[in-house]
Design a protein around this ligand. Sequence first.
Ligand code: ADP
Ligand code: MG
Length: 808
Amino acid sequence: TKKQRKELQTVLERKEKKVRRADILSKLAEVQEARLKLPVLAEEQVIMEAVRENPCVVICGETGSGKTTQVPQFLYEAGYASGIIGITEPRRVAAVSMSHRVAKEMNLSTRVVSYQIRYEGNVTSDTKIKFMTDGVLLKEIQKDFLLQRYSVIVIDEAHERSVYTDILIGLLSRIVPLRNKKGMPMKLLVMSATLRVEDFTDNTKLFRIPPPVIKVDARQFPVTIHFNKRTPMEDYTGEVFHKICKIHRMLPPGGILVFLTGQAEVHSLCRRLRKAFPFRKSNEESAFKRHLCHQSLPRIDLDNYSALPVDEGDEDREAGIGDEEDEGSDLEIGDDPNDAEEKADPSIPLYVLPLYSLLAPEQQAKVFRPPPPGTRLCVIATNVAETSLTIPGIKYVVDCGRVKKRFYDRVTGVSSFKVTWTSQASANQRAGRAGRTEPGHCYRLYSSAVFGDFSLFSEAEITRRPVEDLVLQMKDLNIDKVVNFPFPTSPSAEALVAAEQLLVSLGALKEPPRTGRVKDIEQARLSCPITPLGRAMASFPVAPRYAKILALGKQQDCLPYVIAVVAAMTVREIFEDLDRPAGSEDESSKLNQRRARLTQMRRLWAGQGASLLLGDLMVMLGAVGACEFAGCTPKFCEDNGLRYKAMVEIRRLRGQLTNAVNAVCPEVGAFVNPKMTPPTEHQVVCLRQIVLAGLGDHLARRVQGEEILDPKWKNGYKTPLMDEPVFIHPSSALFKTLPEFRAVWSEVPLGLDSVEAEWVPQLLPQYCHFSSPQESPSPWFCSSTGTLRCHRASTFFRVAWQLPAVEM
Ligand code: ADP
Ligand code: MG
């Protein structure tokens, strides 16, 4: 009957619930058990005692020892959650994944253990533990210098020496004593992986009383290091591939973690490996059985193994035996049936996963889950796996020894990515990832001599990048004398002065007096206060040049375009790289077709007539507009050579910038209409001018005069601050239209906009030398304005480019 059926159903539901609860409990028990094994737990009392007795404490311990996941819990349990316990991470990945992990370990909801990163978060009024990126906390300090909502701030991954982390430590070294003086106690914890903490502790400018350092001993198993005899300079990913094949075919079970430099490399290697070791689901069960059999076989002693080079950086061994086999690289061990059967079962599937910071969180989470039974885990990662995330079950590390770093041209401020050697500290950190659960092995694809040439530590980022955005943020905090700020590592005085000068020429800082005593002028030059324009600029989350563009954007109804352009300029790698080489011949013809189609598409976006003069910015605007009209789908992006994640980020950034603009000038009332109509001709002219006003020091002029005859300078452009010519990239919208008189470049290779000569003296007077009135044609009286006016010729600063005369 109906009634019986209903009863049965409730009984079944109850049973199901019970099973589910038991499941959850057993999972929790598992989590708790793993927790108890973490080395940091042994130091809980020492840490909490130090925190009780000192305002600032430094905790130092190997990656994976449990600092990030456990210390917030110690603080929470010890009653420090009267306010929020805030933890900063230099990487978004870490902030998100750690908040989830801690919520799970504490069995609390994400309403209580939350995260906040640049565009998103799940913070609520109940939040007690908050993971965030360092940039987010810096913004909060601007709103409330005393950080009154927080009871503890934990600065995590301080060894990464990210710029924001460095500044935060500097600021907090002042905020904490201030809070304590005002009777609102606050604690600061600085957590770091490697041992170089002297920059924080032995720095009296920072902490008058050196904070105690608590070292957490990690339970680290020995890792045998194997150097390559030779160092491949070019195809190191090929070398990595062969090494993985060997490990997988010959060595006992255990996960493999591979360090490469970037997303593209990671994907191409994943593809190659999946092809070489197809992973079929139907195989899972039999593979599992084989795996079990294999497990019962005796373990091979790796050090007795001669087919792989066993070279511990010992110079004698470097030229030793066993190396030749490795040098052949294409000696595929699987080809030798005896070899393969004896050492390992080559048919165990390889479970290949990528890991990099822009990867979707669901994809990232996969590396923490156990691999399908009977498979070997192989994670192909970038630097994110070095310290931020610890992947369970790794026994083998393959290190390409390189890292992709953002480099800034000291003169122009233009940034680009380059692959360089990593540091010894980083390489050792990578090796350490192999010894978390049992003794492991690290294969370095470079020689011990090359390792010896690595720098000991990675430099603090602050010493390698331009600092104008930091200087502007600090001025907005009314820290006028930036040179005196207690940086853990100070940027060079020249960098600070250069930043101050750029900000003055952008109008963000008050111009220092030009007359007076030399000493006073010098002083004033280093402590220019912020202007109202500067404050507006500081509230935009973009670099000062772009912030200036935004601040000017409301003219002629250009704001929606300006916002879209700035959003597009600040997001990396929007367009698919058409220059990338094809993997095979088959791929090559397909790629050529795609290239032709995408080039045509970009030409379409660039528009015609006047809009062409906006150059690559018009292409970006066109791409953003077209993408929005199509609903911003992954398919549209894929079909049109746009990076989907970049387009999504541009959309979010447009929303965020619109809010920021509205907060600064509410009278404008900007709103994002995702579907932009193309700008009018009139607006295009305005856009070109607005962009020029922000990027004035990035002006380039096509070579003229005698230099044209020099083949080196053919089609080249001269820039004020460089001796070498710069060229327009073939993929630029201005490459053919080109020979425009001048071009402004923002980011290479795409990022050019053409400029009319007469705009330069009008829009960038601060960069021009004007002729004295005597040299100019006779002045005349203008009756409509009632002023005396004259034409004045001008030249563009250091390069003395002659510019057309303008009416003054
Ligand atoms: P530390 O900050 O000292 O590097 P963590 O607290 O990040 O250490 O990590 C401690 C342990 O917790 C690691 O061994 C790691 O494997 C594990 N762990 C961290 N996050 C997760 C997760 N999302 N899923 C499973 N295990 C995790
Ligand atoms: Mg950590």
